[in-house]
Design a protein around this ligand. Structure first.
Ligand SMILES: Nc1ncnc2c1ncn2[C@@H]1O[C@H](COP(=O)(O)OP(=O)(O)OP(=O)(O)O)[C@@H](O)[C@H]1O
Ligand SMILES: [Mg+2]
Length: 602
């Protein structure tokens, strides 16, 4: 499984636009009718907008027409009422459209987030080991947000922009042909100048974002590594480095903000030029028309000129907006692609369907070979036999492959060669959940969830009663420290139990495993961070915990495993020695060295 490309967060261009759009639209399928209705509303609101503006023509013409005052007023009143009703209809349509689209898009997002989260639970451990948390998180946050923005408003706005553009164009030509030609020639020139200015300032904004990213990344790194900075007295160096970054951010920001600030006024100036030009040419046409110098084809009345000037102003706006909205659509599609990429990942393999029942705990690891990556073998021809109730210890220097063996028993990773059986059944033929229900694990790097101590221990077996949880805590010797917590078992743990000591966290994890009734137990370094006295207490609790279970225990402190039925000494992924504590000591081999080494340290 290739890691998700960290760079893909920045490349905001979808790769397979068509397929992505199709798939994204499938999230709107259930609300097809509503989406259709929303678009009808958009159509209505854009058209009423145009019609409303056009109403100005009869209103103004009426003001300069050669009629009696009474007639002028009654016509004006009628026209104003018409105009007001048109605008009111438009506002209503816009309101319904927004209301419908928000509901539809939020429902789509709900489903998208739900699907993505469900998928995450199906993904193998390898996925989480090879992708960083921030990158996975951003699929839920940034990517889903941009998709939401697109569904919420952008799609509708684009449609609205196109309708307005076409509508304005038609009304312009309807009002006056020659003047329309002038606008059509001038507007693109203005738009071109506008986009040139915009792209220059965009470059500066991109630089500003990059500089900002650097500063943020630096702060994050130093905040998380603050202890290391302090231990090595790097404060001054860190401040210097920060100042350099901070300074470039300031410079980039000044440039970007200046360009950004200039953009509005210069765009405004452009549109003023266009406005003046249209008004000028238009006025000439009106005068010529009055003098009877134009054919009826090009005649322009004052009302016509007024609405035309308005239209020509509106004309360039949708073009600029469309360009912006297309960028949003592009980045939303790129986001959708990243979301779908996760959804398309290979889930945890599950071809077995045997559900275990009354497991004795006979575990056979038969000649397995495994590597996390195909090009690097970690375990070589490892065989271990554990009879029900036996305690098997795995020892060996760091990186030898001890945790890896347990990863294979729990099927966090799949074996390349060889097989593992439980009570004679190949673990690949066993249903994944059933397998894991029968194995209690104290992970080397474990996790506590936000919640009370009680809830955290209960994670080991969800149907356990409070009394059972307490019992498990007593067995694993966690009870005494829990009692001294401010709220006892109801103390809320936060941020992976950051308000506890390392040893206390481990005790809770052991309590979790103690609660589980699984016949097979895996303890990875369970006692490495507790003091000697606590360690002795845990060991006592452990012994009762391990009594009727097949146990694999990994420990760096060899004193903890002296009473194991068999000890496997691992070196570079191979078992180089095996036997009981006494046998191995007698052998005077690697175990003897390790044991004596530890002895000396004690
Ligand atoms: N997720 C992983 N992806 C790739 N390689 C890994 C992964 N986890 C471990 N390794 C590599 O596999 C080898 C064995 O690691 P393992 O965690 O099994 O060691 P260990 O014996 O448990 O060591 P320790 O005593 O430090 O816990 C190491 O060389 C390690 O770099
Ligand atoms: Mg390990």
């Amino acid at each position: 499984m290739p890691p998700m490309n960290a760079k893909s967060a920045d490349t905001r261009k979808p790769k397979n636009t068509k397929a992505t759009i199709k798939r994204l639209m499938s999230y709107l399928k259930e609300d097809k009718v509503k989406v259709g209705l929303a678009f009808v509303c958009v159509l209505v609101s854009s058209m009423t907008n145009l019609a409303g503006s056009y109403m100005l023509r009869p209103i103004i013409n009426n003001l300069v027409a050669d009629v009696s005052a009474a007639e002028r007023i009654s016509t004006l009143a009628i026209n104003l009422v018409k105009m007001a009703s048109i605008y009111a209809a438009g506002v209503l349509a816009a309101f319904f459209q927004a209301r419908i689209m928000i509901g539809v898009s939020q429902r789509a997002l709900l489903k998208l987030r739900g699907d993505l989260f469900e998928k995450l639970q199906d993904l193998p451990v390898r996925f989480f080991d090879t992708n960083n948390t921030g990158d996975i998180m951003s699929r839920f946050t940034n990517d889903v947000d941009t998709i939401g923005e697109m569904l919420n408003s952008t799609l509708v706005q684009i449609f609205q922009g196109i309708v307005s553009l076409i509508g304005t164009l038609i009304l312009m030509f309807y009002t006056n042909f020659w003047l329309s030609i002038v606008t059509i020639v001038v507007a693109p020139i203005m738009a071109k100048i506008g986009t040139t200015i915009a792209s220059r300032s965009r470059k500066r904004f991109t630089r500003q974002q990059a500089e900002l990213g650097k500063v943020n990344a630096y702060i994050e790194e130093i905040v998380t590594g603050q202890k290391v900075v302090k231990v090595f007295c790097h404060e001054d160096k860190v401040i210097d480095e920060f100042e350099t970054l901070n300074d470039s951010l300031k410079n980039a920001q000044i440039k970007a903000q200046f360009a950004g600030g200039m953009m509005g006024p210069s765009m405004n100036a452009m549109s003023q030029v266009n406005y003046t030009l249209t008004a000028g040419v238009g006025s000439i046409l009106v005068v010529l028309g009055r003098l009877g110098r134009m054919g009826s084809f090009s005649a322009l009345d004052i009302g016509g000129l007024t609405v035309f000037v308005n239209f020509s102003r509106q004309f360039s706006r949708p073009i600029n907006e469309l360009a912006q909205q297309l960028t949003i659509v592009m980045s939303a599609l790129a986001g959708a692609e990243r979301v779908f990429d996760v959804m398309d990942r290979e889930p945890e393999s599950d071809r077995g369907d045997i559900v275990l029942d009354h497991v004795h705990g006979d575990v056979v690891i038969d000649d397995i070979t495994f590597g996390y990556n195909p090009d690097k073998t970690i375990l070589k021809n490892v065989s271990i036999y554990a009879h029900p109730g036996q305690k098997i210890a795995l020892v060996g220097s760091t990186g030898a492959g001890k945790t890896t063996i347990t990863n294979l028993i729990t099927r966090f990773y799949d074996i390349d060669k060889g097989k593992i059986t439980i009570d004679g059944i190949d673990i690949f033929d066993i249903n994944r959940s059933s397998l894991r229900e029968n194995i209690a694990v104290v992970l080397q790097d474990t996790h506590l969830f936000t919640g009370t101590v009680m809830e955290n221990i209960r994670y080991g077996r969800l149907d356990a009663t409070d009394a059972e949880v307490r019992m498990a805590a007593i067995t694993s010797n966690a009870h005494s420290f829990i009692q001294h917590l401010p709220e006892g078992y109801d103390t809320v743990l936060e941020g992976d139990g950051s308000n506890l000591s390392q040893g206390q966290r481990q005790l809770l994890n052991i309590a979790r495993a103690a609660l589980s009734k699984a016949p097979i137990l895996i303890l990875d370094e369970a006692t490495s961070s507790v003091d000697t006295r606590t360690e002795r207490d845990i060991n006592k609790g452990m012994d009762s915990l391990m009594e009727d279970r097949t146990t694999f225990v990994i420990a760096h402190r060899l004193s903890t495993i002296r009473n194991a039925d068999a000890i496997m000494v691992l070196e570079n992924g191979e078992i180089i020695e095996r036997g009981s504590h006494e046998e191995l000591l007698e052998k005077k081999g690697r175990y003897y060295e390790l044991y004596m080494g530890i002895k000396e340290l004690d």
